[in-house]
Design a protein around this ligand. Sequence first.
Ligand SMILES: Nc1ncnc2c1ncn2[C@@H]1O[C@H](COP(=O)(O)OP(=O)(O)OP(=O)(O)O)[C@@H](O)[C@H]1O
Ligand SMILES: [Mg+2]
Length: 202
Amino acid sequence: MDTSPQNTLAETIFAGLNPEQRAAVETTEGPLLILAGAGSGKTRVLTSRIAYLIGVCGIPADQILAVTFTNKAAGEMKERVEKLLGPVAHQCTIGTFHSVGVRILRKEIGHLGRSRGFVIYDDADTIWVVKEVLKSEGLDPKVHDPRRIRWQIDQWKNAGLLPAAAEGQAAISTPSSARGSTRNISGSSPRARPSTSAICCS
Ligand SMILES: Nc1ncnc2c1ncn2[C@@H]1O[C@H](COP(=O)(O)OP(=O)(O)OP(=O)(O)O)[C@@H](O)[C@H]1O
Ligand SMILES: [Mg+2]
């Protein structure tokens, strides 16, 4: 009988799983999609799989990344993995998409020439910035809706446009001087500014 720690852990893990859950835990190669309803044992599968990968397959714990939507779910996962594995579980990266994202950014942001002390603007902050840019361009935030402008910036970011490319597309309506028409504020105009000043919509 195999009484190695790996085998004992494998038995402990499998004892709490039904055949479908066990199949998911034992599938360690390639991508794996598990579709299951609420309360059906998804978290148990995920945490068991993490424990199996580390404790049975010998995968280093610091090579494990698990992301969830809520802090509650992340806390629950951490707790359950720790229960199965002990303190080595702390070496795994388990968190929400946002917390993991910001952790990676803080660690690696130096590669972009920025400081680790950056702050993340919330909704109100971003609207404030757009209003400030409008004012500095002599444009009225009551006429040029900051939310609409922020939406346009969001679209450009989602499309992967860098500021220079976005600037090429930026046009702003000029209701007072040419009602209904638009002008492009990029290019050789003396009013043209790089990046943020070109965040206008037609
Ligand atoms: N094979 C199993 N045998 C007995 N109990 C199980 C089994 N799988 C899961 N459970 C238990 O069922 C409950 C729900 O499991 P779990 O939290 O893993 O489900 P979930 O799909 O992640 O739920 P949610 O949708 O709420 O996130 C937990 O108490 C868990 O311990
Ligand atoms: Mg769950």
